[in-house]
Design a protein around this ligand. Structure first.
Ligand code: C5P
Length: 232
């Protein structure tokens, strides 16, 4: 069964500040994307990768990947779109006709372990659709436009979705087609499959599998690396 990873790296990273696009920001002297790609490269179940980058960044990314030597599996670099969903769709087009299973991962989650990717793939092989997620730890409030709490949402059964998310290709393809037709735009791929009425299984994600979004996340990532609490 051919399995392809789609690595979403076409975000602008404006919330992180500075001019350098997020996937190439350094953490512990290496670009963020090199950690992400290395984890993918180590996962034995993956046959190839599609790296989705901002239009115009293809050559730069190609050079980075070559210079860093972090990828030994076959890979392809494609241009993404304005929204994450459109970027993943470009990846799906590249994997179409080759992949039976696709695993989607955010380049902005550099501390994913290859074992988590492997587990996501195995679940998708068995059940069709799977996402890593962690239980909500804080108390959840719904707040109105005036900044007043409307509701405290019981957190029992609530999870924060992460990537990797893995799917049978035909399922995710159908889910993206339906979303396109209906003009629906989601913030992950799982929601598109959920809208098909297909059950998506949860596997335990990791607190270390953070999405680097704000400068504080980058500082935390640096600290984890410096303390040796991240295995790289
Ligand atoms: O914007 P957000 O933080 O949700 O982005 C999550 C991941 O999706 C990041 O790795 C980012 O590079 C990617 N992305 C993308 N194409 C976009 C927007 C985000 O590949 N248009």
């Amino acid at each position: 069964m051919k399995t392809i990873a789609l690595v979403a790296a076409a975000g602008s990273g404006t919330r992180l500040g500075s001019g350098c696009p997020k996937p190439y920001r350094l953490i512990g002297q290496r670009p963020m994307i090199s950690y992400t790609l290395r984890a993918m490269d180590r996962c034995p179940e993956l046959d190839r990768l599609v790296v989705i980058v901002s239009p115009g960044d293809e050559e730069f990314c190609e050079r980075q990947v070559r210079d860093l030597g972090c990828l030994h599996k076959p890979y392809q670099i494609v241009a993404g779109g304005a929204q994450r969903q459109q970027s993943v769709y470009q990846g799906l087009l590249a994997a179409r006709g080759i992949a039976q299973i696709v695993v989607i991962h955010d380049a902005a989650r550099p501390f994913v372990s290859w074992q988590l990717v492997q587990q996501a793939i195995r679940e998708a092989e068995k059940y069709g659709a799977c996402t890593a997620a962690i239980p909500l730890r804080d108390t959840l409030k719904r707040v109105n436009q005036d900044g007043l709490i409307e509701e405290t949402v019981p957190r029992h059964g609530l999870f924060l979705a992460q990537t990797p998310q893995a799917f049978r290709f035909d399922l995710l393809w159908a889910a993206h087609q339906q979303a396109l037709q209906e003009g629906f735009c989601g913030t992950d791929d799982s929601v598109l499959v959920e809208r098909l009425g297909v059950a998506v299984r949860i596997i335990p994600g990791s607190i270390r599998n953070i999405k680097i979004t704000y400068p504080e996340d980058l500082e935390l990532a640096e600290r984890w690396l410096a303390s040796g609490s991240i295995e790289i």
